[in-house]
Design a protein around this ligand. Structure first.
Ligand SMILES: Nc1ncnc2c1ncn2[C@@H]1O[C@H](COP(=O)(O)OP(=O)(O)OP(=O)(O)O)[C@@H](O)[C@H]1O
Ligand SMILES: [Mg+2]
Length: 311
């Protein structure tokens, strides 16, 4: 089984406004309301691909119940710790006239040490059944930045391969616990290592530095340019197939889901990496937060160009 852990889920609300103006009253139309949060997105992709998955994490209030209902409607088993307060709302304001996208993300609920302890126990209970545990997304305010490192140690002790997809101190400290895989994007790596990342050589060196800091495998995603994948003796660059871009929402999450799927299927790193790039491209070609199904992913597999990153 694969478990996903989301500490700071969100309701993603998309609003369309024509001629959005700062500091004014804007009238818009709600176009979508989705259960969001990175781990939840990963779980959605995995269930669509037929992989056994369970969504774990923290939830609160009526928005939390909305998320649980959405997961249940999609057939995703869930095991969340209910905390006081309310699950945050992330508002995306799409201006159809100017073609801009403005985001307003709430920080999230406050979490007590007792509730974190309860989450730790749930992870301890689930980990023995899990081949992979995916830890992704931001941390709610005041949650110790060592939380991912702590939870990864617990899950690893019970034999789960841990994936970590987060930014900032959560990533830096999480690395020390030795995750199986991390998937930062270029900005997240820059932020962490403070090194220039112009050439492929820079990127491979950065990935190797992240391996030295504790990760087994490193994928650095480069948006439309593709991705760098480094593991063992492989240092690869993948160029994605040319697709018509519809929405890049969840591109990174789909990539992480594909690596988890491939780990359970015991695919070699090259093939897993190829699938990750095909799956994220296929998802970018779909509207909104829709994830590409396996048939669409398979169709793109042969179009991913894999090469040695430093030839
Ligand atoms: N325009 C595109 N065409 C093809 N593939 C794309 C495009 N944009 C993104 N991808 C694929 O999606 C992967 C992940 O995208 P990106 O680097 O934007 O992730 P991210 O910044 O982590 O995104 P997220 O907001 O989901 O966390 C890329 O490595 C690439 O394979
Ligand atoms: Mg990301």
């Amino acid at each position: 089984m694969i478990a996903t852990v989301t500490l700071n889920p969100a309701i993603d609300k998309s609003v369309t406004v024509r001629g959005f103006e700062m500091g004014k009253t804007n009238r818009g139309e709600v176009t979508r309301v989705d259960a969001g949060g990175k781990g939840i997105n990963v779980a959605k992709a995995l269930i669509l691909w037929g992989a056994p998955v369970c969504a774990l994490g923290l939830l609160a209030g009526s928005n939390g119940r909305f998320i649980l209902d959405a997961l249940s409607a999609q057939g995703i088993p869930a095991d969340f710790v209910n905390v006081p307060g309310e699950t945050r709302v992330n508002l995306k304001i799409h201006d159809a006239e100017k073609g801009t996208e403005t985001e307003l993300n709430e920080p999230g609920f406050r979490v007590s040490a007792e509730h974190l302890q309860e989450l730790r126990r749930k992870i301890e209970a689930q980990a023995p059944q899990c081949e992979v545990m995916v830890f992704s997304g931001s941390l709610p305010p005041d949650v110790p930045e060592t939380i991912f490192a702590d939870l990864i140690r617990v899950a690893k002790f019970h034999g789960a391969k841990c994936f970590l997809d987060t930014a900032g101190p959560g990533l830096k400290l999480g690395l020390a616990a030795g995750p199986f895989l991390i998937k930062p994007n270029r900005d997240e790596v820059k932020d962490l290592l403070k090194t220039p990342l112009q050439s492929r050589k820079d990127l491979v060196e950065a990935a190797r530095a992240l391996i030295t800091l504790g990760s087994g495998q490193v994928l650095i995603s480069l948006g439309a340019e593709g991705a760098i994948g480094v593991a063992g003796n492989d240092a690869l660059f993948a160029a994605p197939p040319a697709i018509k871009v519809r929405s890049s929402v969840g591109a990174g999450d789909t990539m992480v889901a594909a690596m988890a799927y491939s780990a359970v299927e015991k695919l070699p790193f090259r093939e897993a990496f190829r699938m990750a790039v095909a799956a994220s491209a296929a998802t970018v070609a779909l509207e909104g937060s829709k994830v590409a199904d396996l048939a669409a992913v398979q169709e793109l597999l042969p179009q991913v160009i894999l090469e040695d990153a430093v030839g």
